[in-house]
Design a protein around this ligand. Structure first.
Ligand SMILES: *Cc1c(COP(=O)(O)O)cnc(C)c1O
Length: 398
């Protein structure tokens, strides 16, 4: 597509706003003195505010996988057991990483279309004999688009009177969905720059509680680059990053956070829910050939929607038409076991970060046009349904 702006409705990396790109436009940045030093402290402070975390986050150069490894490395003894709650593909990835680090992992699999059932977690924790060191899950699973109710998970752990750490991967949801580290009693949260934070891939964060820091202190040694303690209260600026600061990512993130706080955190979360609701309304009109993977609306992510299309061999054509003729890139399916895999194919619409109604109406309209052009049967009225959701305006997030 060489004319008109290209839209990326992909669940990460997400669209980078022009303001963020402009903020990054520097040939070089002084890492020894000058504005970067203060700006980094301000970025950390605002990230902590967005997460409602008591401490400044540890920022690593790396992608989300790096953030996963940092989190595991700082809390898990080799003889620990981690209980991983799986709702798609991403918590499994985190679990696989822990296993490769030699740590025992136990999985409770909730399938690929439903959220964690807190009652099942409570039952498991009640019969634990002190082996489980941490409970790990994602807030939004980017493959299935399942959203987990994190306070309900905390409540189940409290009901079982279990003192495991609670670790949440918010890589897809941070900056899109409400998160309240202190209010919800979270010990470790992992985020990254390239999704709701609207900044190119390259940095990842660990937000930690006092209890998580105590777990780190109980370990004899942690791989030097990952070690939280090396980065706690650094005497010299470079120690924040165990080396050169990610200068341009920080410049970008500084501007992205300015945008988020200009709009207001609550307004950002409400906008994401609003845009997601418009997508769901459109998909409901496309049924029965197209459906949302997650039936229960309370278990749906505000950042990404996974769709199931009846038949085989059509989603590649659909995405190709949308990208080359319509100018919008849609998300590919991430392979995961699914009960409808024999009869349906998946694709994803990303609606995270720098998105507004016109972009989403354009995306939905392009999908509608592609369905017509490719003679893929579908229900009618999708754009009308989406427009009505937009007309009703965003609803406050409780
Ligand atoms: C994108 C994503 C990851 C992985 O991040 P990378 O930067 O690709 O390593 C992990 N978890 C979730 C929920 C994600 O959306």
């Amino acid at each position: 597509m060489s004319h008109g702006p290209a839209t990326y409705a992909v669940p990460g990396p997400s669209m980078v706003p022009q303001r963020v790109l402009r903020a990054m436009q520097h040939s070089a940045v002084n890492i020894y003195e000058g504005p970067l030093i203060e700006m980094t402290a301000s970025v950390q402070k605002r990230l902590a505010q967005l997460a409602n975390c008591a401490h400044a986050p540890f920022i690593y150069l790396g992608n989300g996988h790096a953030g996963w490894e940092a989190a595991i490395a700082n809390i898990a003894r080799e003889d620990a057991t981690l209980l991983v709650l799986c709702t798609g593909r991403f918590a499994q990835g985190w679990a696989e990483m822990a296993e490769k680090l030699g740590i025992t992992v136990e999985i409770i699999d909730f399938g690929t279309s439903a959220a964690v059932d807190p009652a099942q977690l409570e039952t498991r924790l009640r019969r634990d004999n002190g082996k489980i060191a941490a409970v790990m899950l994602v807030q939004t699973d980017t493959a299935s688009s399942v959203h987990n109710d994190i306070p309900a998970v905390r409540a189940a752990m409290d009901a079982a009177e279990h003192d495991a750490l609670l670790m949440v991967d918010c890589i897809a949801s941070f900056g899109c969905e409400k998160f309240d580290m202190q209010g919800w009693g979270i010990d470790v949260m992992v985020a990254a720059s390239q999704k709701g934070l609207m900044t190119p891939p390259g940095i990842t964060m660990n937000f930690v509680s006092d209890k998580a820091l105590a777990a780190r202190r109980a370990l004899p040694r942690v791989s030097h680059y990952w070690d939280w303690l090396n980065r706690l209260d650094p005497e010299i600026f470079y120690m924040n990053f165990c080396g050169t600061a990610p200068t341009h990512q920080l410049l970008g993130l500084d501007e992205a956070l300015t945008m988020i706080f200009e709009e207001g955190m609550e307004a950002v979360w409400a906008r994401h829910r609003w845009i997601a609701s418009a997508v769901w309304a459109a998909v409901s009109a496309w049924k029965p050939q197209l459906v949302c993977n997650v039936r229960d609306t309370s278990a749906r992510s505000s950042a990404v929607t996974t769709l199931l299309l009846e038949g085989q061999g059509r989603t590649a054509e659909l995405r190709h038409w949308a990208e080359t003729i319509g100018g919008v890139t849609l998300g590919v399916a991430i392979p995961m076991p699914h009960p409808l895999a024999a009869s349906h194919e998946m694709f994803r619409i990303g609606h995270m970060g720098h998105v507004n109604p016109s972009m989403m109406l354009g995306t939905l309209g392009t999908i509608e046009a592609a369905l017509c052009a490719l003679k893929i049967p579908h229900g009618s009225g999708a754009l009308d349904a989406a427009a009505r959701v937009f007309a009703a305006g965003p609803q406050p997030i409780g």
